[in-house]
Ligand binder design. Structure first.
Ligand SMILES: [Zn+2]
Ligand SMILES: [Zn+2]
Ligand SMILES: [Zn+2]
Length: 344
């Protein structure tokens, strides 16, 4: 026997490579790394950005551009959609000489839209504290903004995302989401569309529906099973305690969300996020919507979903270099812990 060989690991600490079926992304599961001093899978509790005056709160300090949408339609506002004061992209053509948007094969002007969804008049920093009706209007605002941008033929995709905690990129503590419309389909979406399409061509089934079925059949990845939605831990998540939220009925575009689905989704998201806080030590996180590109026909292969990605690890040289993430918690174990927390 080799005297330098490490002692054998117990089965639940052995590492494993997994490939995400949809994106093709590889992940290394290394539960043993959770034991190293800086490798805890439970991060520091999230911190929020601090400001003297919050411009999102009503009152004398309220300082936001005129809203592009207000919810509800009458009465005091619950949700405001405003243009971002510091947009990544702008709704004007920076150069009006060009008749077409494309400058060259690899260049486009920084054209698009960047909006902020202010979630409620109260200065809450945790979306699970939002009143159900406010949260429902937040989800309906996502749906409405996607529908609105679909009317602009120059836009190809609408990204909807949320940063919670300064470490996850939230520069404002007051809970909010962001919407960015772009004249191209971002690579992550393109990769998922291609992977889902390839799976469909092979198996004649939606790869997401397959995962939903595995979860609802009592699979180890199940976190929440509600009448219209499933929350699960994906097969090859990049981060410990990562979750996906999917509608059970196959739908490729979030725009088709019904009011009844929106009402149920509020409860499902709140339960999932509370379970995350209880299980992973109140981490900073992002969640974002992945939906089919604007104006596409209903797709049998793609299935809209929300990915909840907690900052349970700090990507470093290996991850940036290769796109391969190291995760210290197997998703089956994460799901078991999250499921217990979601039921309590
Ligand atoms: Zn505020
Ligand atoms: Zn499906
Ligand atoms: Zn996705």
């Amino acid at each position: 026997m080799d005297p330098h060989a490490a002692p054998p690991l117990p089965p639940d600490e052995q590492s494993e490579f997994r490939q995400d079926v949809i994106s093709g992304r590889w992940v290394i599961f290394a539960p043993e790394r959770a034991r190293r001093p800086l490798g805890q899978s439970k991060p520091q509790p999230r911190q929020n950005a601090v400001r003297d005056v919050c411009p999102f709160c009503p009152g004398p300090g309220h300082d936001v551009p005129p809203p592009t949408a207000v919810y509800p339609a009458a009465g005091p506002w619950q949700v405001l959609v405003i243009p971002n004061k510091f947009p990544a992209v702008r709704p004007i053509m920076p150069d009006t000489r060009g008749l077409t948007l494309r400058v060259s094969m690899y260049q486009l002007p920084g054209f698009g839209a960047h909006e902020v969804v202010i979630e409620g008049p109260d200065h809450l920093t945790d979306p699970t504290e939002l009143a159900d009706d406010v949260y429902r209007h937040v989800l309906l605002s996502y749906r409405d903004r996607i529908r609105t941008f679909a009317d602009d033929k120059r836009m190809d995709y609408v990204s909807v995302f949320k940063n919670v905690g300064a470490e996850a990129g939230a520069s404002m503590a007051h809970t909010h989401s962001q919407v960015i419309a772009t004249p191209f389909i971002p690579n992550n979406i393109r990769d998922e569309l291609a992977g889902a399409d390839a799976h469909f061509k092979r198996k004649q089934r939606c790869v997401f529906c397959d995962q939903i079925k595995a979860a609802t059949d009592g699979g180890a990845c199940r976190v929440i099973d509600s009448p219209r939605f499933v929350v699960l831990c994906p097969f090859a998540p990049r981060f410990a305690y990562e979750m996906w939220v999917l509608p059970k009925a196959h739908a490729s575009r979030f725009e088709t969300l019904t009011d009844a689905e929106a009402t149920e989704l509020v409860g499902v998201l709140k339960r999932a996020l509370r379970a995350l806080d209880a299980t992973a030590g109140v981490p900073a996180y992002n969640y974002y919507l992945h939906t089919a590109p604007l104006r596409t026909d209903p797709s049998p292969s793609f299935h809209w979903h929300i990915e909840i990605v907690p900052r349970t690890a700090r990507p470093a040289g290996f991850e940036w270099s290769t796109g391969v993430f190291i995760n210290t918690v197997m998703p089956e174990r994460a799901a078991k812990e999250l499921r217990a927390a979601a039921q309590s």
